[in-house]
Design a protein around this ligand. Structure first.
Ligand SMILES: Cc1cc2nc3c(=O)[nH]c(=O)nc-3n(C[C@H](O)[C@H](O)[C@H](O)COP(=O)(O)O)c2cc1C
Length: 490
């Protein structure tokens, strides 16, 4: 695949030419100057919350990112606390969830995920308070006040991608999916969650939300993304019973969970991170290792996705996503954090990267096209549901031109917030630098080596091994370099 990653472009003008050239749908652009207090990215935003208007200080968001580094009982380790503190130091004024918090032990994506522990001997409130305080302290020490900072907790059950005890998956799925079953070697004995089990999970989401509210989080995110349980349910066309089939049924668990949280903690705001469109799973092609959808024509119409065109599931259909977001708006949600796809079956799309994770494949086209798909997706949703605040995703691949592109989207009102994932691991103070009008420190820019994804896929804790000294000094950094080379080999 012949393409130049953003780091190779010398000037914003050079990059802008390429950015425009790739933009088949048109309308995307790249500003040549950025930063400072008058920048659209530095402007405050006013949310309507259940307790009245709340102002957040700028347009940067820290996306949730698990570290696979909590203790086995769900309490945070020093690495977890360090990461939350750095999120606070970033200068971003909206912290969307810190990381996915599993609402029950079997819903963990790894044995070291933060989670609500039913063991009465474990003080879950203390764990959450420690993390929130570390984050706020980091923010206060670096940026003064926390008045205009909003912090949420992301609630999850990992569903199909549950791996609570070690390296083997223990999937708890919403419906059978022949293509994912083939990809992951799941046999017919896989556990399909019953309606009663889904209701229990919802009850635990409400428990976790109450805890978050009592500890002082401003909002919770009822997570519906990346192939995890509530996302899979949104696309569970073939499931029978109360939670599958019709749109009404597939959105029921989400809706009931939101309403139950509102009933228990009416002052707590609620958001939703949602994979608002998806694609058919990709496979590593023999010979050149490029990611390809395999056997699509054998599975038409595609009955397992949310926001995909059933007759061409590599493309989007936004009819249901728009209806879902209208429902979110009508339920009084704070905002939607839009993402696409899943890091498991379409990582090239969910987190565009120059280097694939070890269980991935080489990108099928210039990763900038996937960044553009994220941006166009948000633009489409904005036009369809104009009155719901939106956070966008997938920006880190843009490297030094991230603020130049993000500024256009915010200036034109195409998105309200720029959510950052991997760059917050390598360069947490990027938002503070942009807002202060300082030039970006190129040495800290995420170069999308995917070590932060490869590490946990291979049982190691996640972090930025190439650029963050804390992780670079770990022995695993050497193994990861080898894994990176292997993953990029044809
Ligand atoms: C190590 C790692 C952990 C992640 N964990 C979560 C998570 O817990 N919840 C979530 O919604 N997204 C998670 N994500 C996805 C990111 O929030 C984000 O959507 C993705 O990295 C793309 O944004 P970026 O281009 O800025 O990195 C994770 C990503 C990475 C790299």
């Amino acid at each position: 695949m012949d393409y130049a990653p953003p780091g190779r472009f010398k000037t914003a003008a050079d990059f802008r030419d390429r950015w425009r050239e790739l933009d088949a749908l048109g309308g995307l652009d790249c500003d040549l100057e950025v930063g400072g207090p008058d920048d659209p990215l530095s402007r405050p935003f006013d949310f309507a919350t259940p307790t009245g208007p709340r102002r957040v200080g700028n347009r940067f968001v820290v996306h949730p990112m698990e570290g696979w580094d909590a203790n086995g009982d769900g309490t945070p380790s020093d690495d977890t606390i360090r990461r939350w503190r750095r999120f606070g130091e970033s200068g971003a004024k909206l912290v969307w969830g810190g990381e996915a918090y599993a609402v029950q032990p079997d819903g963990r994506a790894n044995p070291n995920q933060l989670h609500l522990n039913p063991d009465p001997g474990v003080d879950d409130a203390r764990s959450l308070r420690t993390l929130l305080e570390a984050l706020k302290q980091g923010h206060a020490e670096s940026h003064g006040s926390t008045e205009d900072l909003l912090v949420g907790l992301q609630l999850t059950h990992s569903g199909r991608f549950s791996r609570p005890t070690g390296s083997t998956m223990s999937p708890r799925i919403a419906e059978l999916n022949p293509v994912l079953s083939a990809k992951y070697g799941l046999d017919a004995g896989v556990h399909v969650l019953t309606d009663a089990e889904l209701r229990e999970i919802s009850d635990n989401m409400v428990r976790a939300a109450c805890l978050a509210a009592d500890v002082g989080f401003d909002f919770v995110d009822v997570k519906c993304c990346h192939g995890y349980l509530l996302h899979e349910l949104l696309g569970a066309h073939t499931r029978r019973g109360d939670y599958g089939g019709s749109f009404e049924n597939r959105t029921r668990l989400f809706r009931d969970t939101v309403k139950a949280i509102q009933g228990e903690r009416p002052r707590l705001a609620i958001g939703c991170r949602v994979s608002i469109t998806d694609t058919y799973p990709l496979f590593r092609r023999e010979g050149d290792a490029i990611g390809v959808p395999r056997g699509v024509e054998d599975h038409l119409p595609w009955r397992h996705g949310f926001g995909v065109n059933a007759m061409d599931p590599t493309t989007s259909d936004f009819t249901e996503p728009a209806a879902f977001l209208e429902m979110c708006r009508d339920l009084g949600l704070l905002a939607a954090n839009l993402t696409v796809g899943s890091p498991y079956y379409c990582p090239h799309l969910q987190r565009p990267a120059a280097y694939p994770p070890s269980d991935g494949y080489l990108p099928p086209r210039d990763p900038l096209c996937e960044v553009q798909r994220h941006l166009h997706t948000v633009r489409t949703i904005r036009a369809m549901v104009p009155d719901l605040p939106l956070v966008g995703s997938g920006w880190s691949y843009l490297q030094q031109f991230l603020p130049n592109v993000a500024r256009v989207e915010v200036r034109l009102g195409m998105v309200d917030f720029v959510g950052l994932g991997r760059s917050m691991l390598s360069y947490p103070t990027l938002p503070a630098d942009v807002v202060a009008g300082r030039p970006l420190d190129r040495k800290q820019l995420c170069r999308t080596f995917s070590d932060c994804t490869t590490a946990p896929r291979n049982g190691m804790i996640s972090g930025c091994y190439p650029l963050d000294r804390h992780y670079r000094a770990m022995p695993q950094a050497v193994d990861l370099k080898v894994l990176r080379k292997e993953a990029s080999k044809a």
